[in-house]
Write a protein that binds this ligand. Structure first.
Ligand SMILES: [Zn+2]
Length: 961
């Protein structure tokens, strides 16, 4: 039903953009005075395929834009965003995002998001700085909570304090290298300064950033929006404030809400906040571009199709021509159509290329494009891609509202109608029509790729001295600074240092922040009704629910009897299984079929603990989903995969292995804290040993060794042996999540599938190698990661929950301040990994990892001495919010299926959480962390300079080949 909304402050409709004049403002005032009679008709559209209605408004006084998405979803979302195109690489937009979160007029506490973690049931709170806009979104199921957070978000963005000391802490500052020596030379510090040093040390991100800068030389994209460390130190406090005044203004704001909310009351609250502002100029993202400007709407979907058609999967033309031929290992991260800039760009490329073959790569790309243009694209591939898109938007995820917000902000800031961007079916149908009438991609390839006058060819070569050069540059820069430093300037630095230290040590009053109470938390969560049966003797778990007509299938196969020597090969097996092809179809053909009829077949290494540290299950999980009409085809493909996979295609094995090695090695600088934790905990229990072998540095090293082998046949044999273990019927269990009317079909198909598999035997668990209790892995990156891990208790143990609360208290009240605010690391914390039975500390992108290990130990004494009061219920609230995080249709019942964690176990932990007292916290801290300190294990991932070479209690291993 189309109704007009009674909303006097907000106007909707096509002419809303003209509301910039005085008459409109007068009209608004009149409307406000007589709100019941005058109703502005909003621009409103129903989008059935996403089961939502979108409504657009414009704020009459300030011109602020508003989009509400009405949908039957309890997980409500709010976001405020601004166009923030940068005019230099000082990272002003990014630093502003950080400083904005250091306190506002109504909520003058630093890091209100962080402080709110303990007072809210939000399942998402964050802020993002993109290349030309900044957004602040959150999601929660609780309406009271929603109102609290909305007020905090709006006060933070429109009325932040933007104090100078916060700028020094979050942005950059000069500080003495040795704080005890008054004449010590100064050096650069600051959260964003370190964050960006880390971010740009990732080769993929560096390539992405530099390519974009080169592509759009006379535009905001010529700059690094996050900040280039060398330029960050040019930013002044005054420039930061000016940028805020210009960009964070209602006239430049885009508000977004999603879910079931009382809209009128909500809009009135937003109006009340922004009506204090006079109208100002909205920011238009502009500049001259290298890329051609096409009709934007047409290009978005057309070229996104082009993206996957040209590069997705082993049957794509670019994969065959560039990767199968051995020219390189994988596509670079900026591959495909990028719509984040105002004028899009399309990137084709390759990484892991030998320098002598760079020209050949460019020539091959051109040749492939010519061939595709001449011969057209395989119609099967086109159908498969259209099918994947349909399945993609029907797939019900837990944070659907956030996904929508993230999908539209960029186009919205560039002037598109955000509702147009949501109309997927309409765009897909247009594409189907064009396809029926000819080859639309031919035209796109010709116009935008073959005949583009603005194409850019970009090559990034490795430089072994790269990080050293950057460090030398910084050192020279600092020498210059130190030389020129006058006595009065030095005094200022000393003053700032003292002031910052004093501020960081201040005990803040957080009572201005609103909070939910434990009484707002539901004592019980609804349980998940599961049905247990069997398919040809294989245990089958069924969960009937509404899924938009999709059937989800999960198989787990136990690896308990796998010879230990084969363990390190399992992750590669999981990656290769669906990618090598079968005895009747090559990899490309088989992949096309998978794409055409399913949402993909994914394998993961399973590593369950049965809620008990001493018992654990090693296994492989295989998951897929399909539209209900395609269920028979999905099982046909599964059967073909399981019975006919062909690892003797050695060329494929080799190609896949090169790609995996490159990706793994590159992942270390970004996830060093995870690698450090896995390495540290490796000898605490057999299951954690396997974690390191499968996901940790041991896996990176093993994969590098495999890739260096000259013959692949030995590896192929090992993969085949693993596969035979997977196939044993008695090792398998299966779960189906589907609509009630699709269960019978799934059951029948599974009966048929399992009738073919062999029985099972059992054997011994893997042996563990002892590793040093203190180990440092050196990598080629400027920042470091630290971890300390203590053995504790399993998930179902009564102490497991108090340990989790302890981790939360330590993180929020101690480690965040010491590691992030004082030491300048990007992050740090502690948590009880209840499924692993260990308590782990970590630091992330840390300038001094060894110092953080001391901080971890200090936190134990701190916790034992602290009398937690309100803080305890706050910590509990934050844990309840993580326990109550919504999940998607495919995940319901999976905690039991995969880890054997029952609703009763979860409820028992929930009951304990309500009861946990200060005594429990002190007791578990004393028992597991203080008394058992000798059992702790330590690991750091750092650069060679920081490694503890001279400490005999440390083992140092290099990760650089
Ligand atoms: Zn940041």
């Amino acid at each position: 039903m189309k109704t007009s909304r009674k909303c006097p402050m907000w106007n909707g409709g096509a002419n809303a953009a003209n509301a910039a004049n005085a008459e409109a403002q007068n009209a608004a005032a009149t409307a406000a005075a007589a709100s019941n009679q005058s109703a502005a008709t909003a621009s409103r559209r129903n989008i059935p395929e996403l089961e939502l209605t979108a409504v657009r408004y414009r704020h009459l006084k300030t011109g602020a834009e508003y989009l509400h998405i009405d949908r039957e979803d309890e997980n409500k979302v709010f976001s405020v965003g601004f166009a923030t195109p940068p005019s230099d690489s000082t990272g002003v937009a990014h630093i502003l995002e950080h400083v904005t979160l250091c306190g506002s007029q109504r909520y003058p506490v630093r890091d209100p998001f962080f402080k709110m973690l303990n007072r809210t049931m939000a399942n998402f709170m964050n802020a993002f700085t993109a290349c030309d806009f900044t957004m602040y979104p959150f999601a929660t199921e609780n309406w009271k909570d929603y109102e609290h957070l909305r007020d905090i978000y709006m006060d933070a963005t429109f009325n932040p304090l933007l104090r100078r000391l916060d700028f020094l802490q979050e942005g950059w500052r000069l500080e003495r290298a040795d704080p005890t020596d008054a004449s010590s030379p100064v050096e650069y510090k600051g959260v964003v300064f370190n964050e960006m040093k880390g971010a740009l040390s990732d080769p993929g991100q560096l390539f992405y950033t530099r390519t974009q800068q080169l592509m759009y030389p006379n535009s905001p994209y010529a700059h690094v929006s996050g900040g280039d460390p060398a330029a960050i130190t040019q930013l002044t406090y005054e420039a930061l404030r000016a940028f805020h005044d210009k960009c964070y203004h209602p006239s430049n704001a885009r508000f977004f809400s999603y879910g079931k909310i009382p809209l009128e009351a909500h809009l009135a609250a937003v109006d009340k906040k922004i009506s204090q502002f006079e109208r100002s100029q909205a920011i238009v993202v502009s500049g001259t571009y290298n890329a051609q400007e096409g009709t934007r709407r047409e290009v978005i979907y057309g070229q996104q199709e082009g993206t996957s058609l040209l590069t997705d999967g082993p049957s794509s033309p670019m994969y065959r021509g560039l990767i199968d031929t051995g020219l390189g290992a994988e596509f670079p991260p900026n591959t495909g159509y990028n719509t984040s800039t105002r004028v899009g760009s399309f990137t084709l490329g390759l990484q892991g290329v030998r320098e002598s073959e760079v020209e050949k790569v460019f020539a091959s790309i051109r040749e492939i494009l010519h061939t595709v243009h001449k011969d057209g694209l395989d119609p099967n591939r086109v159908q498969a891609t259209l099918h994947a898109m349909e399945l993609g938007y029907k797939h019900k995820t837990a944070n659907f509202g956030l996904q929508l917000a993230q999908a539209i902000y960029s186009g919205w800031c560039h002037g598109s109608d955000p509702i147009d961007l949501l109309e997927i079916e309409k765009n897909l149908n247009r594409l189907r029509e064009e396809l029926a009438n000819g080859q639309p991609f031919r035209r796109l390839i010709e116009k935008y790729l073959l005949n583009s006058k603005n194409a850019l060819e970009c090559v990034m070569l490795p430089d072994p001295a790269y990080h050293e050069k950057l460090q030398t540059q910084e050192r020279q820069c600092l020498e210059e600074v130190n030389k020129k430093l006058s006595t009065s300037e030095r005094d200022c630095i000393l003053e700032d240092e003292a002031a910052l230290l004093a501020k960081q040590g201040e005990v803040e009053d957080h009572s201005c922040l609103p909070t939910l109470q434990l009484s707002d938390v539901a004592p019980q969560r609804p349980s998940t009704a599961l049905n247990f049966t069997a398919a040809h003797g294989v245990p089958l778990q069924q969960r009937a629910l509404s899924t938009n007509g999709i059937s989800y299938v999960q198989l787990v196969s136990s690896l308990a009897n796998l010879p230990p020597a084969l363990l390190p090969y399992v992750p590669f097996y999981c990656e290769a299984l669906t990618m090598v092809g079968t005895v009747t179809k090559d990899a490309a053909e088989f992949d096309d079929e998978i794409r055409r009829y399913t949402g993909g077949i994914g394998l993961v290494i399973r590593h369950s603990l049965y809620a008990d540290v001493s018992r654990y299950e090693l296994g492989v999980g295989l998951g897929t989903h399909a539209l209900d009409k395609d269920v028979p085809r999905m099982y046909e493909l599964l059967q073909e995969l399981l019975q006919k996979v062909d690892f003797s295609r050695l060329d494929r094995v080799y190609t896949l292995l090169q790609g995996r090695t490159s990706a793994l090695v590159q992942s270390v600088p970004d996830s060093g804290h995870v690698f450090a934790r896995l390495a540290a905990s490796s000898d605490l229990s057999p299951s954690q040993y396997v974690s390191n072998v499968w996901r940790g540095i041991a896996q990176v090293q093993h994969t590098q060794e495999m890739a260096a082998q000259t013959s692949m046949s030995d590896i192929a044999d090992k993969l085949t042996t693993i596969h035979q273990h997977i196939l044993r019927q008695s090792a398998i269990r299966v779960a189906v999540n589907a609509q009630p009317n699709a269960m019978a079909e799934n059951q029948q198909q599974l009966d048929g599938l399992f009738a073919q598999l062999a029985p099972n035997t059992s054997a011994a668990p893997p042996a563990t190698d002892a590793i040093s209790t203190r180990i440092a892995y050196t990598i080629d990156a400027p920042t470091s990661f630290a971890s300390a891990v203590y053995p504790t208790v399993p998930y179902i143990h009564p102490d497991s929950m108090p340990l989790q609360v302890l981790g939360s208290l330590m993180t929020n009240l101690f480690l965040h301040r010491e590691i992030r605010e004082k030491n300048g690391a990007y992050g740090g914390g502690a948590s009880h990994v209840s499924t692993a039975g260990s308590f782990a500390f970590y630091s992330y992108r840390d300038p001094d990892a060894l110092r953080s290990l001391d901080v971890f130990r200090e936190s134990v004494d701190w916790a034992l001495a602290r009398k937690f009061t309100d803080e305890l219920s706050e910590a509990k609230l934050s844990i309840f919010s993580s326990l109550d995080t919504p999940i998607g249709a495919a995940e319901e019942g999976m905690l039991y299926f995969k880890d054997r964690i029952t609703d009763e176990m979860r409820q028992a932990r929930r009951d304990i959480l309500f009861r946990v007292g200060v005594d429990d916290i002190h007791r578990v801290c004393d028992t597991y962390l203080r008394q058992q300190a000798a059992k702790a294990r330590y690991a750091v991932v750092c650069n060679t300079e920081q490694a503890p070479h001279d400490r005999t209690d440390w083992q140092v291993a290099s990760m650089t080949p």
